[in-house]
Design a protein around this ligand. Structure first.
Ligand code: SF4
Ligand code: SF4
Length: 138
């Protein structure tokens, strides 16, 4: 299965882009629903280097994990922790199945799993439980 962003573009909403002074959880002014990035050739480095986990992962993350389908995107931090970025307009999408159980399995295996809606979030605890967390402003 080959993966491509196609119609998605959710990272252009959920991720902040420092070079554009674009805050997280707000559509980039350059994003065009029909055609994607309006400054593709000149997009900042942050945009060039970012790929969500669905795009990077092999077939273990199937089509249902595509951010435009799931309603959230995932990436990893420098320590290998899993970051789930939720859309404030659909903040509980990650709680649906098969997502919730799969994220819990990652937490059960010892991986850090942090779920954010804007700056507020929860850390999934191994074998159940959620601890409220707050993301620092960047
Ligand atoms: S969230 Fe992932 S699949 Fe969607 S546009 Fe961004 S990199 Fe592509
Ligand atoms: S510059 Fe382009 S790739 Fe970067 S966030 Fe904006 S629309 Fe997306």
């Amino acid at each position: 299965m080959s993966k491509s962003c196609d119609e998605c573009g959710l990272c252009c909403k959920l991720m902040g882009v420092l070079a554009l002074d674009k805050p997280p959880s707000k559509w980039c002014v350059h994003f065009r629903r029909a055609s994607g990035c309006g400054i593709y050739e000149d997009r900042p480095k942050d945009c060039r280097v970012f790929s969500c986990l669905w795009l990077l992962a092999d077939n273990r993350l199937g089509d249902e994990w595509k951010p435009s389908v799931a309603g959230f995107l995932m990436h990893t931090n420098a320590d290998g922790g899993l970051i789930v970025e939720c859309d404030a307009s659909n903040p509980h999408a990650w709680r649906k199945e098969p997502y919730r159980s799969s994220l819990q399995k990652s937490a059960d295996s010892g991986q850090e799993v942090l779920v954010f809606v804007r700056r507020k979030g929860v850390q999934l605890q191994p074998f159940g439980g959620e601890t409220p967390i707050h993301r620092k402003a960047t």
